[in-house]
Design a protein around this ligand. Structure first.
Ligand code: ADP
Ligand code: ZN
Length: 298
C-alpha cells in the first residue's frame, strides 16, 4: 500500500499531511508562510520525520504562484514571479525531491484542488471542468481532456478582464496589474475596499452581493464560452456565502442568453455551478491526489 505526502502551500499558511485518501489523512500540521528558507525547511523536516516512520511514495505540492509546473523546464518546481516578499525565483519542489529522494508533483493550488475534486469530490468522473477559488485572490484550474490544464505556463483565470458596471462605486477595480479584471473586481479584498467592511461581515441583503454575483457570472460566461467545462466548482472564503450560488447561476444563464445549448446550463444549472464536494479540504486532498498521479507516472 502506497503512502503520500501533501503540501497545501498558501500565501499565508502551509498545511502538510500524509495519507492516501479523504478517510486516511494523518498527522496534519499547519504553520505560517514566512521566509522560503524557514517555511520550506519546516516542511522538509516534517516529511523527513514522517518518512522515518513509514516511507513515502511521492509528495504533491499545490502552491500559490505564479510557478513553473513544466517538466524539463530549468525552473520546474520554482515559485517564479510572485510579488510575495522573498519568494520570487524560489526552488521549492526540486529541493524537496533532492532532499527526500522521492518523486514530487508540483502544480498550482487551484489545479491541486481541481484534482482533489476530480478524485473524490464534486467533479468525480469529469474530464473537462474548472475549479475556481474566490478568496484573497481569484484563481482557476481544472482538467481538460483528463489532463491538468497547463500551457504556456498555467491558466490565470482570475485575471480575465471585465467591463465595470455603471453603478459600481469602484469602477476602476483593484488589481495592481489590470484594475478591473475578475480578481480586481470580485476577490475578498475588492469587496472590502469597495464597501468599507470585510466581506464576511456584510449581510445577505447588502447590495455588495448582487454586484459580486454579476462580476462572478460575467467571468463564468467567458470561461464557459472559451473552455466548455462540464461543471464549474467554486470554492474559497467568499463562496462560503452560499446565497451567492443561486444569484450566480441565474446571472450566468441570463448573460449566456440561451446561446450555449446544453441542458446542464438551460435546465440543470444547480448541478452545474456547485460548491466543492471536499469543502475546505480540497486543497490538502488535492495535493494527495497530485502525489498519487505523480507516483503513477502521470
Ligand atoms: P485565502 O484565499 O487567503 O487562502 P480565503 O479563501 O479564506 O483564504 O479568502 C480570504 C478572503 O475571503 C478575505 O478577503 C475574506 O474577507 C473573504 N472571506 C473569508 N471568509 C468569508 C466568508 N465566510 N464570507 C465572505 N467572505 C469571506
Ligand atoms: Zn488582474
Amino acid at each position: 500500500m502506497s503512502l503520500f505526502g501533501a503540501i497545501e502551500a498558501g500565501g499565508t499558511k502551509f498545511v502538510c499531511a500524509v495519507g492516501t485518501n479523504p478517510n486516511d489523512l494523518r498527522n496534519e500540521i499547519r504553520f505560517p508562510t514566512t521566509s522560503p528558507d524557514e517555511t520550506i525547511g519546516r516542511a522538509l523536516a516534517y516529511f523527513k520525520e514522517q518518512a522515518a516512520n513509514e516511507p513515502l511514495d511521492a509528495i504533491g505540492i499545490a502552491a500559490f504562484g505564479p510557478l513553473d509546473p513544466t517538466p524539463n523546464s530549468k525552473t520546474w518546481g520554482y515559485i517564479t514571479t510572485t510579488p510575495k516578499p522573498g519568494w520570487a525565483n524560489t526552488d521549492f519542489a526540486g529541493l524537496l525531491q533532492r532532499e527526500l529522494g522521492v518523486p514530487v508533483g508540483f502544480d498550482t493550488d487551484v489545479n491541486g484542488a481541481a484534482l482533489g475534486e476530480h478524485r473524490w469530490g464534486a467533479a468525480l468522473g469529469l474530464d473537462n471542468f474548472i475549479y475556481l477559488t474566490i478568496g484573497t485572490g481569484i484563481g482557476g484550474g481544472g482538467l481538460m481532456n483528463g489532463k491538468l490544464m497547463h500551457g504556456l505556463i498555467h491558466p490565470e483565470m482570475g485575471h480575465i478582464l471585465l467591463p465595470p458596471r455603471s453603478d459600481d462605486p469602484s469602477p476602476g477595480g483593484f488589481c495592481p496589474y489590470h484594475g478591473h479584471c475578475l480578481e480586481g473586481m470580485a476577490n475578498g479584498p475588492a469587496i472590502e475596499k469597495r464597501w468599507g467592511a470585510r466581506a464576511e461581515t456584510l449581510p445577505p441583503d447588502h447590495p455588495a452581493w448582487e454586484l459580486e454575483a454579476h462580476y462572478l457570472a460575467t467571468g463564468l460566461a467567458s470561461l464557459i464560452c472559451t473552455l466548455s467545462p462540464q461543471r464549474i466548482v467554486m470554492g474559497g472564503g467568499v463562496m462560503e456565502q452560499l446565497h451567492l450560488f443561486p444569484l450566480v447561476r441565474q446571472k450566468t444563464q441570463a448573460l449566456l442568453n440561451g446561446y450555449v445549448q446544453s441542458p446542464a446550463i438551460l435546465e440543470q444549472i444547480d448541478g452545474y455551478i456547485v460548491p466543492p464536494g471536499l469543502g475546505n479540504r480540497a486543497g490538502i486532498l488535492g495535493a494527495i491526489a497530485l502525489a498519487e498521479r505523480t507516483a503513477n507516472g502521470e
